[in-house]
Design a protein around this ligand. Structure first.
Ligand SMILES: [Zn+2]
Length: 437
């Protein structure tokens, strides 16, 4: 069937019809070419030829990353000669997953980003400063590179560099857009201030931001988004990418959630029992990849918690939209009947004046509840400060964890314990941590 770049303009029934046909193709292909899915469908008693409509999706087994890891290369559906790239997940949880991509998969990867860039206003002749890594088996940098070529824009392949190098290149090459993680924008704004430079004079006016969410569950800028708005000023477009799916979702200029690309993937948001939850309710994002050759994914549980944004987007584009990623499923904590993710606590702490740094700990509590301890690094000698933090947490996150004040240096010691290079903000000390409940 091929790419359907105009699919967003179809009525919901038209989008569903296209997806049903692509689902039939994807399931038949997986059953035929992927030893992993052939066995999985057989074990679940699923006849691939019997999958006809989107409703049939619910009959297919759900796949987790661990399922695939157990049979890694069996999940590859093409012989070695057809593998054009091997990419890998970053392995934030467990071992990395290696994903085979064919030439056609690379075109799909580029087409996906072409749409995202076009929505943020990119056009032929534009220049984009790419500040994410393009090596180390990382798929996103590659995706941006191919996508920009499809737009007719040029890529300035900077990758991970010191802030000064980014600023010098921007000043010399005057890019129209930027691709980065949000924290880099903060670092660049800080560097420019320290060096007495006017960022506005040469910084790109549009940024595509991968990684941390810049909007909260209400789709308005969160603390990070507000900091970026103040330090940067250009228009910020959020994106969510999933390495193993060679897939990204994008914001449109309305900034009302992340649009999926209905001819490239089917989106579900599932509860713990694997049942779809209503729009607006949080659950685990599951992806069924369409038009993929190298490594098919059918009803793949991502571990990421989000929700489907209800209603139509003001931009008029159809298809599913998701909210920001609110956390990882295995980081879910239960405090007195309230479900909470570390990201939400993090978000609330970032907004409290006087909080220098922090570590969030989950301990096994009594019965069905977890004991959450927040160690806050502060220079405030005020004995009431822990109450101020507690009130802010309750107001923003509806939880009342234990708060322990410490010096920023002590908290730094915890964040970088064991000589780690990246700070560990969330520490899971529960006896049976992760998704067992
Ligand atoms: Zn939109």
């Amino acid at each position: 069937m091929g790419f359907q770049p105009d699919i967003y303009g179809l009525p919901a029934s038209g989008i569903a019809a296209v997806q049903a046909e692509l689902l039939r193709e994807a399931v038949r292909y997986a059953a035929l070419a992927s030893p992993f899915y052939r066995d999985r469908f057989a074990a679940a008693g699923v006849d691939a030829a019997g999958v006809r409509t989107l409703a049939d999706l619910a009959r297919l087994p759900i796949t987790s990353r661990e399922d695939i890891q157990r049979r890694s290369r069996d999940a590859w559906a093409v012989p070695r000669e057809r593998v054009a790239e091997i990419v890998a997940t970053t392995g934030t949880t467990g071992a990395p997953l290696y994903v085979a991509m064919t030439d056609a998969d690379l075109r799909r990867l580029g087409e996906n980003e072409r749409r995202g860039f076009t929505w943020m206003g990119a056009k032929a002749g534009d220049r984009f400063h790419i500040a994410v890594t393009l090596d180390n088996l990382f798929v996103a940098g590659l995706a941006y590179h191919i996508g920009l070529a499809m737009v007719g824009a040029s890529a300035i392949r900077v990758g991970a560099q010191p802030a000064r190098r980014h600023l010098d290149l921007m000043r010399q090459l005057r890019p129209d857009g930027l691709v980065a993680v949000p924290s880099l924008l903060l670092a660049l704004a800080r560097q420019a201030r320290a060096d007495g430079e006017d960022l506005e004079a040469f910084a790109p006016r549009r940024a595509l931001l991968i990684g941390d969410a810049i909007r909260g569950a209400d789709l308005r800028p969160n603390t990070l988004g507000r900091l970026l708005g103040a330090g940067w000023g250009g228009e910020l477009f959020s994106t969510y990418g999933l390495t193993e799916a060679g897939l990204a979702f994008h914001e449109c200029p309305a900034h009302r959630g992340l649009h999926s690309h209905p001819d490239l993937a089917i989106v579900e948001v599932l509860d713990d029992a694997g049942q779809p939850v209503p729009d607006g309710e949080t659950g685990e994002l599951a992806i069924t990849n369409l038009q993929v050759e190298g490594t098919p994914l059918i009803r793949y549980r991502t571990g990421d918690i989000t929700f489907r944004v209800p209603g139509e987007c003001p931009c008029g584009r159809g298809g599913a939209r998701i909210g920001p990623i609110l956390g990882r499923k295995q980081q879910r904590m239960k405090v007195k009947g309230t479900t909470i993710y570390p990201k939400v606590i993090e978000e609330a702490l970032l907004s409290v004046d006087g909080v220098e740094n922090f570590v969030i700990e989950a301990h096994t509590g009594d019965g069905d509840t977890d004991r959450v301890v927040v160690r806050v690094g502060t220079l405030r000698g005020d004995p009431h400060f822990s109450r101020t933090v507690g009130e802010a947490l309750y107001a923003k996150a509806r939880v009342t964890p234990e708060i322990r004040l410490a010096s920023p240096a002590e908290v730094d010691g915890l964040l970088f314990e064991g000589g780690r290079r990246k700070p560990r903000v969330f520490v899971d000390l529960r006896k049976a941590p992760g998704g067992s409940r």
